[in-house]
Design a protein around this ligand. Sequence first.
Ligand code: HEM
Length: 235
Amino acid sequence: MCRCFVDAFLTHKQNLEEAGDKDSLYHDENLVYSVINLFAAGTDTTANTLQWCLLFMAKYPQFQDQVQEELSRVIGSRQVRVEDRKNLPYTDAIIHETQRLANIVPMAVLHRTSRDSTFQGYFIKERTIVLPLLTSVLHDESEWETPNTFNPSHFLDKEGKFTRRDAFMPFSAGRRMCPGESLARMELFLFFTSLLQRFRFTPAPGVTEDELDLNPVVGFILTPSPHELCAVSRQ
Ligand code: HEM
């Protein structure tokens, strides 16, 4: 019975041991570090993106109106399910646009070439550190109509249907891209819709929408600067 990552790891370890493999990488230390990595890479990233979602909603009430209209029309008061996403194109576009503009992992993760390589005519020596700059794609002026402005239309066609964009890559690309993408997308969708279903997000009393500052706190991850928002019950 394989319930989770730890079960899969231990089963594989046992199979290798039974087959006489004594040098396997499936040992306890690697198990512990892999689990730590999953928690470290999987918690702050999604929580931060959700904070950006709420900040954008408080700053742009006209977009929040449209999300809440769509949620009321399609879902009503029942609990949202993952399968509802296809019927909530506007809400999906808002989450995508948040990830695009917030650009929370701007330099992805450091990589190092394992052999001499040539990429687009450039020679890259073995063991060179490479930083894939996700900002250059997520804010690319040749890809996005308004690269530096929050604009859910980036992900909607003329009929209001959700549309994918090749330049949307907050989870990076290639063989080492984020393995948590589908979990993160599911979490973002369920938490964001459940919150917006129940609450209206506004700036704190005495603060205007214009005063909400979208400049991030710069670090390995770009987080919103500390804000106080009000969550006003809609029920
Ligand atoms: C909004 C949420 C998330 C974003 C924006 C995000 C983004 C990224 C990015 C850009 C990378 C670097 C990929 C590269 O090296 O080119 C990465 C790596 C990684 N992510 Fe995520 N991530 C998110 C959520 C998660 C979750 C929920 C998990 C797991 C539960 C996770 C686990 C990992 C791991 C283990 C790596 C390292 C992969 C490797 O080096 O092979 N991430 N993520």
